[in-house]
Design a protein around this ligand. Structure first.
Ligand code: PLP
Length: 391
């Protein structure tokens, strides 16, 4: 019997992908399942982006590129940071990877030694703790609550810091809660970090463009003094409906970005050349496609929040952005007789044919994440099914 590594045994498969796969299995077996588990826009990739990829193929731009991305894509990324975020970078501060997922993975491997602590607010994107564990770091999870709009306070951050703290991860607007930090809240966190110069910061801005009312800002905009130790992680997956193209990028101090590039050079090398040309067209091209998607996401958000709140035992706060609702189902879970949110999610899948992701996957029990990146018809049908099953 093969003995697997301690490393792989320390982690679990992505729970969101697991829900999506289970829903697909049930569907393949002939069941009528509505998937609200997947974290990807249901829109097609805009045509001008696809055209750029087709052109790249026809021009024969189908070979290895520089490990860290083509010079022209890096230029587009640098221009994007300046245009949208008021941040300035040089090419050696940018690394293009196969999705935002690989950016954080590279960062964890480049930065962490065994036992280094990484502060991660919950509910968190499912992959942060497990990627930290693969790198033999120690995730330090900060709990939040619906009352605090699922956001941590400066005091909480301060209290979690130890001499072993190496990295603080912040994702806003976040998957799964959708509650964005305000500039003042980010400033307060920044003040704490200013006192601890050994701590690096990762801001995951993947949902930057999916925000309803406020202007986007990240912790570097709030506290520019953190520039020398902050990594900005972003990508084209969510903004341009390009999840399958696998392009993410990271910006930050050249030394660590160089180390991340070294890791990438010994694992996947450059991200797919064709996808890089497509990403370049996405960043340099017309941005209207983003606002069109945003209008739909906001309408769907309002619909889902209203329908969820109409169910007994469910409380759903209105979010600030993303395409997720993160609702407190604890009353409904109890009334339904489920032992916990995982059992409840399984019951909803089997009995109501609706795939939701249990909050414990994100480190916050008693809640459910509902992805509303699906058609209005699916949302109407799934909300009616849940209301009926839980009445
Ligand atoms: N960061 C957050 C917060 C996410 O929700 C996701 C995707 O679900 C990613 C990063 C990674 O995106 P990708 O690897 O698809 O580019």
């Amino acid at each position: 019997d093969v003995q697997l590594s301690d490393r792989v045994q320390s982690i679990k498969p992505s729970p969101t992908l697991a829900v999506t796969n289970r829903a697909a299995e049930l569907r393949a077996a002939g069941n009528d399942i509505i998937g609200l588990g997947a974290g990807e826009p249901d829109f097609d990739t805009p045509q001008h982006i696809k055209d750029a990829a087709i052109e790249a193929i026809n021009k024969g731009l189908t070979k290895y590129t520089a490990v860290d991305g083509t010079p022209s894509l890096k230029k587009a990324i640098i221009a994007k940071f300046e245009r949208d975020n008021g941040l300035k970078y040089e090419p050696n501060q940018i690394l293009v990877s196969s999705g935002g997922k690989q950016s954080f993975f590279n960062l964890s491997l480049a930065l962490l030694n065994p036992g280094d602590e990484v502060i991660i607010p919950a509910p968190y994107w499912v992959s942060y703790p497990d990627m930290v564990l693969v790198a033999e770091g120690k995730p330090v999870i900060l709990e939040t609550s619906a009352e605090k709009r699922f956001k941590i306070t400066a005091d909480q951050l301060e209290a979690a810091i130890t001499p072993r703290t190496k990295l603080f991860v912040i994702n806003s607007p976040p998957n799964p809660s959708g509650m964005a930090y305000t500039l003042d809240e980010l400033k307060a966190l920044g003040e704490v970090l200013k006192k601890h110069p050994q701590i690096m910061v990762a801001t995951d801005d993947m949902y930057e463009h999916i925000l309803w009312d406020q202007n986007f800002c990240n912790i570097l905009n709030a506290t520019p003094e953190l520039y020398e130790r902050t990594f900005v992680l972003n990508g084209v997956s969510k903004a341009y409906s390009m999840t399958g193209w696998r392009i993410g990028y990271a910006a930050g101090p050249a030394k660590v970005i160089g180390a991340m590039k070294k890791i990438q050079s010994q694992s996947t090398s450059n991200p797919a050349s064709i996808s890089q040309y497509a990403a370049e067209a996405a960043l340099n091209g017309p941005q209207e496609c983003i606002s069109e998607m945003l209008v739909s996401f906001k309408q769907r958000h309002d619909f889902v929040v209203e329908k969820l709140n109409a169910i007994d035992g469910v409380n759903c706060l209105a979010g600030d952005g993303t395409f997720y609702a993160f609702a407190d189902f604890s009353g409904a879970i109890k009334a339904y007789g489920s032992a916990n949110d995982v059992e409840f999610a399984e019951a909803m899948l089997e009995k109501a044919g609706v795939a939701l992701v249990p909050g414990s996957a994100f480190g916050t029990t008693g809640c459910m994440r509902i992805s509303f990146a699906t058609s209005n018809a699916n949302l109407e049908d799934s909300m009616a099914r849940l209301a009926k099953e839980l009445s």
